[in-house]
Design a protein around this ligand. Sequence first.
Ligand code: AMP
Ligand code: ZN
Length: 478
Amino acid sequence: MEDRLQMYNTLTRNIERFVPNEPGKVAMYTCGPTVYHFAHIGNLRSYIQEDVLEKTLRYLGYDVKRVMNITDVGHLSDDGDNGEDKMVKGAQREHKTVMEIAKFYTDAFFEDCRKLNIKTPDVVEPATGCIPEFIHMIEVLLEKGYAYQAGENVYFDTSKLKEYYVLTNHSEDSLLEGVRDDVDVDPNKKNKNDFVLWFTKSKFEDQALKWDSPWGVGYPGWHIECSCISMKHLGEYMDIHCGGVDNIFPHHTNEIAQSESYLGHKWCNYWFHVNHLNDRNGKMSKSKGATLTVSVVEENGYNPLVYRMFCLQSHYRKPLEFSYEVMDQVKAAYEKLRRRLSGLAETVSACKAGEVDTEAFAQFRKQFEDALCNDLNTASALTVLYDVLKADISDATKVALTDSFDEVLSLDLTKPLPETEGSGADDELTSWIEEMIAKRTEAKKAKDFATADAIRAELLERGVAIKDTREGVVWELV
Ligand code: AMP
Ligand code: ZN
């Protein structure tokens, strides 16, 4: 197969043709959620775009294996021994054990993913399931001289690397100001960017989860989990590693440092990062209190797939600002699209109407693939869908193309909207429309086509389009 996908690679800072290590196969890893709170819709923007990447690869014919971790231990807000442990903090807040917190928020995360039609990765592995692998990697790093023990913790020694900032152009000073301004200095570290691989001494005396290790009872640092979990399931060579842009430094930088020091060779070829969703006040944060979650979006009257479409309308590498005004516009467009397409699909299946025009199908499919192959331009891919609807091709071809595109878009486009949703018409309007349609049917029976046409025009004036099908008259708000 031809490798057609062009995508931006954070490692080279260029748009490049994606060529996997093994022809036709993709080994892909996603940094999973830290399960101490509900995911906010910013986190979910990253997972939606990564889902689009995975589904695009499958659509193009690749055999994809995707692995994701669940961070249920060790995510400190700092790389030394002085940050906050997010899981412990979550457990204290809710008077539950860390494992109860982890289970509850892992389930909540997958429920959100289900609502957003985000496919569950082929392998999902919690960090607490891989402690022996972490210990093994740390032992090798110590043996090879890339790690040291200090203050009863084990640290990665960044001074042993030829190049540490492989993913960023940042100077150390700008990193200090921009990213790490809340961080106290850990006196055990030999170098500012050194990070903890294993904690045995910690200010968290109430740290709930601890394991025995060659360095004493303790728990792993955050970065080590992604290196080990990915290698456990994908081997020593990986094609694509994904995450939000905040993961670039220090998380992914540290993953590369420890993985390549451990392996002695290059580890992952392509780094895919999704830019942030911001609210009006700036970056969203799980720890900030009032969080925008999928449930909040639903409570405000939006189908979660409206949010998926909101994301697909912009490019994943650009920051995106959330607003309910834009959500309202997307909601109207989404409901109109879905009413139209589910209506078409119903007509096609009821009447077995029209053949699929294979030439037109191939031509539009190619246009759709080209949009995605252009660094995942989902907005252009949606435009191709609108072009299909406008095209002079059979309804059956339109429906077949929509179903095909929906393998990637995952917007349930040909499924009827639930009763409560999306007719956009209140009861009074609905009964008026039905009355008018009944009058028009009578007029047509009586061969009074002038009246029938006048009724159609009156309906249209009120924003209601009608269509005669073999199953009767269908209508939609336009
Ligand atoms: P966490 O659960 O904090 O480890 O984050 C889960 C994923 O969401 C990571 O890939 C983050 O990079 C990503 N992320 C965090 N905040 C945002 C945001 N505001 N917009 C988009 N992605 C984000
Ligand atoms: Zn990770």
